[in-house]
Ligand binder design. Structure first.
Ligand SMILES: *[C@@H]1O[C@H](CO)[C@@H](O)[C@H](O)[C@H]1NC(C)=O
Length: 219
């Protein structure tokens, strides 16, 4: 009698547990938008196994309106968070953030990409920026906050001159490959004087420079 009643309660527990665990995996909505749309309240129900993401790219140029590119939605497969910032020359800063979360509209709120400290960190990097070709005249830039690496980048632009620059950056900005920073600009980066920088880009740039130089000489 007591055995069958304990079996009964065990069965009850099992059924309850199965019921509870089946309702725990609940689907939720993520904010879904691009650019200006992100002021509206668009959302989408995502596959329960996927989370929400929000991505922000911010380009500031002294004397111009800050440019911010936002994207939000359901993350496709495994969500891979990322954040970096860079100061290029004395007039250009770029910040990037990709955040992941798993709860109802958890990607709705705005977030800061560059938690920029204004405290110099003792590192000095050559810095310059040129959106008309592969060279620029660097001047010394005192790095601030978490931007402790000296970075160089080259950007290819659809239907326009390449962009080239150097400056201070977070370590997470080193070694980006073909990363889309604004609609038409894709960049490659490497960091110098750190051992983590790859020498490949230097040779790519110098061979491009050599080719350009030869063209100039020959034509
Ligand atoms: C761009 O400027 C805005 C407004 O001044 C500031 O809040 C933001 O942190 C800046 N972003 C970067 C990447 O420097």
């Amino acid at each position: 009698m007591s055995l069958s009643s304990s079996l009964k309660s065990l069965l009850t527990v099992c059924v309850l547990a199965a019921f509870v665990s089946s309702t725990v995996v609940e689907s939720y909505k993520c904010a879904q938008c691009e650019l200006e749309e992100c002021n509206n309240d668009n959302k989408k129900t995502c596959d329960p196994s996927h989370g929400c993401f929000s991505e922000k790219k911010e380009l500031n140029t002294t004397g111009q309106r800050p440019q911010s590119i936002l994207r939000k939605g359901c993350s496709s497969s495994k969500c891979d968070p990322k954040a970096f910032s860079a100061t290029l020359g004395d007039k250009h800063t770029f910040g990037y953030g990709y955040q992941c979360c798993q709860a109802e509209e958890c990607n709705k709120a705005d977030f800061q990409v560059a938690r920029k400290s204004s405290a110099p960190n003792g590192i000095t990097c050559p810095a310059c920026y040129n959106d008309q070709g592969f060279t620029c005249q660097p001047t010394d830039l005192a790095c601030k906050g978490e931007e402790k690496k000296c970075l160089e980048f080259v950007g290819t632009v659809k239907g326009a001159q390449p962009v080239f620059g150097m400056g201070c950056a977070t370590e997470t900005a080193c070694n980006l490959r073909n990363m889309e920073v604004t609609n038409d600009v894709r960049i490659h980066t490497y960091c110098v004087g750190s051992g983590s920088g790859s020498p490949q880009l230097t040779s790519i740039i110098s061979s491009i420079l050599t080719a350009l130089f030869l063209l100039k000489v020959l034509l």
